[in-house]
Ligand binder design. Structure first.
Ligand SMILES: [Fe+2]
Ligand SMILES: [Fe+2]
Length: 153
């Protein structure tokens, strides 16, 4: 129904943060949103359900990391997650009532737009914090195609 071309949303190493459990969850986020963007109308509800299950686990996991380690900037991060979940639940309810494929596709595009900035501004700080607690140092992330700065010591 929507004539708008779907944006390309695929995993890129720019999303890597160097904390393995978070990176694995983020790969799953990208896969599920890409599947939603590519869904035929008949598959939208099923794929949105799969994304909603993921989002609950993803955001619970990050909340647990923040709360259990007294992460300093928790509330605004939780607020962003909460806003995403509220939209997902709203669109799920609309789809369950029939129709609203275009609304669901708009949500998928919004998720693809939201994720890179959220990773940069919020998850990156948490990922570093968690990796540092685990290893005692900030992780060095080697991204394909990025220059590796010379070590200064
Ligand atoms: Fe995340
Ligand atoms: Fe997050």
């Amino acid at each position: 129904m929507s004539a708008t071309p779907q944006p390309d949303f695929t995993w890129t190493d720019q999303f890597l943060l160097g904390y393995g459990p978070m990176d694995a969850t983020h790969r799953e986020f990208v896969e599920l949103v890409a599947a939603l963007l590519a869904a035929p109308d008949a598959e939208l509800a099923k794929r949105l359900d799969a994304f909603a299950d993921h989002a609950e686990r993803h955001f619970d996991e990050e909340r647990e990391w923040m709360v259990s380690t007294d992460f300093p900037a928790t509330q605004c991060h939780l607020d962003e997650h909460g806003a995403v979940l509220a939209s997902v639940h709203e669109v799920r309810a609309l789809l369950a009532g029939g129709g609203h494929a275009a609304t669901c596709r708009a949500l998928a595009r919004e998720l693809a737009r939201w994720f890179p900035a959220h990773v940069d501004y919020m998850d990156a700080a948490l990922g570093q914090w968690m990796a540092k607690r685990r290893t005692g140092g900030i992780p060095v992330v080697l991204r394909r195609g990025s220059a590796v700065p010379a070590e200064a010591d």
